[in-house]
Design a binder for this molecule. Sequence first.
Ligand SMILES: C[S@@+](CC[C@H](N)C(=O)[O-])C[C@H]1O[C@@H](n2cnc3c(N)ncnc32)[C@H](O)[C@@H]1O
Length: 499
Amino acid sequence: MTLVDALRSDLEAARYRVDRLDGLWGAEAEAALRRGNRVPAARALAASAEPVAVLARLFVLGETVAADAVAAALPALGLGGAAELGLLEADAGLARPLVDLRPYAFVDLHGAGEWWIASDLGELATGGTLRVDHVLGVGGASTTLAGLQFSTPVATALDLGTGCGIQALHARRFADRVVATDISERALRYARLNAELNRVEGIEFRLGDLYAPLAGERVDRIVSNPPFVITPRSPEVPAYEYRDGGLEGDALVAAVIAGAAAHLAPGGTAQLLGNWEYRAGVDGLERAADWATDAGLDCWIVEREQLDPARYAETWIRDGGTRPGTPEFERLCAAWLDDFARRGVTGVGFGYLVLRLADGTPPFRRAERVSAPLDEVAGIGAHLAECLAARDLVAALDDETLLGLRLRVAPDVTEERSHWPGEADPSVILLRQGGGLRRELRVDPALAAVVGACDGELPLGVIVDAVAALLETDAAPLRLGIVAEVRELVADGVLRPLV
Ligand SMILES: C[S@@+](CC[C@H](N)C(=O)[O-])C[C@H]1O[C@@H](n2cnc3c(N)ncnc32)[C@H](O)[C@@H]1O
């Protein structure tokens, strides 16, 4: 039995699982942990001597625990084996954790799953600022990208900047083979450990900068939560490997996009997260879309958030463990604002990027802002993939052929009408999407009537003509306008073509 096998068997025996931890410390302590407060969880665990509680105190809360209790919680691995694996150090009857190791649960199109993920201990456990070669655990951005990953089966996938390996593990569920790269050898060690611990085979780990480890190769899917954080290039500002790719401004995201064109197979797609700068008079979202278009890629970019320079600086200085109000915070904030001012940066956008190396489909470019809270919504990737496929289908049809098609309104779409008091006709009609990007689309009465009649029974053209008759308007111009709007509604996921 290898050390990793022994660790796995101990974690299994302890039933070191998300639902058991939730049960031990409860929802309030869980929420407090997410806010960076471990006290409620520590108090809940202190009352239990069960192995699961000992492991959580050690590897989630980062507490130093009696060595006897740890030895009892890891009977197959033992303290010696745990030390050899680099999980802890034991001395004078105490065991001190050296890594974060916690269960992680997820649901995807293959069903529910759970892994154990090892990474560096976070700021909550160490109580200090992070080391510059910190290897990140599964955070909010990781789960966002995991949900953005497409789940159609492919032969090969690349996870660029794998860190602890979480995206590679997800990608492997839908790819026969995954290449996981990182510039950090420490990160690759964690990623290898996590793959072995969770018995996931078929991931190849390669060290190197950006696409260098994939020179001359093309893959069907690229996933990356790249080190996109904009950092002033100054020796006085720490450059954390996990979030900063070493380039000026948002050049790293531009490089990841440009490189995707050279490493995707025709028809291959990329799902990425990124930041883009708004510069005096230049729209950041359009800049990001231009990077893709200039590289010859189709793109669908969804901006989730825009921060002004001060908010952006505060977010990332805090993320490094430096608190506002300290001289260090003020020094760093000034460095960020100087850097932004030098390039005329007025804001920074964050969002999702879906790219594709087109293989004969009509070119596609969408850059949009979405304000609904989406992070908790699983399956955004599956939704975008479906919308893209449906859009391709209608983009290949001329207007006449599209008018001959039957469409069905998606089951998560509802209609809301608002009336001025006493008025029979609505002043506003909204189509609301319950899932996907949770769009709220304002439509006119004609389009609302057409969408409402799209139940898959009648061809679009017949419906438009009936609506024209009902509204006593000329059918020809209505057909033209509606066809263009229907193409957008198909890409939005509001209408589905039946073929
Ligand atoms: C934000 S972390 C993402 C970790 C993980 N994939 C996730 O989604 O949670 C970015 C990763 O990129 C790596 N990285 C930084 N610069 C890089 C570069 N120039 N080339 C490749 N990887 C890089 C970092 O070491 C880090 O592991």
